[in-house]
Design a protein around this ligand. Structure first.
Ligand SMILES: [Cu+2]
Length: 117
């Protein structure tokens, strides 16, 4: 009985960590080589560090069949793109001013951030 309770507690702790505490580390984004994977509810990497005032092309690879992951929205830039399944989709970004720009799926379950510096 105690063991079952312990397992339950560990599970709860893990779920709390996963959904609320876990923050993927920002990665310097190499636009030539890096593809952003879309799978299991996350963009990987989810935080992209980009240089200011420099146009850039992002490449997304959607591996999740769920319709939820299909649309990529960058509200601040007026961008809304459909990601093809199992195939790279290229998204052109204009030169950006310094700041943070959120991107997400239509229902905001997938979430990511552009950190422009
Ligand atoms: Cu969604």
């Amino acid at each position: 009985m105690i063991l079952v309770n312990l397992i339950g507690l560990v599970l709860i702790a893990f779920i709390v960590w996963w959904f609320w505490l876990y923050q993927p580390k920002p990665q310097v984004f190499d636009t030539q080589h890096q593809v952003i994977k879309v799978n299991s509810g996350v963009y990987l990497p989810a935080k992209l560090m980009l240089k200011a005032n420099q146009a850039v092309q992002l490449r997304f690879l959607r591996e999740d069949e769920a319709a939820c992951s299909q649309t990529l929205v960058i509200p601040d830039l007026g961008i809304s793109v459909d990601l093809s399944l199992g195939k790279e989709t290229r998204v052109d970004l204009p030169p950006l001013a310094k700041g943070e720009y959120a991107f997400h799926c239509q229902m905001q379950m997938y979430r990511g951030q552009l950190l422009v510096a």
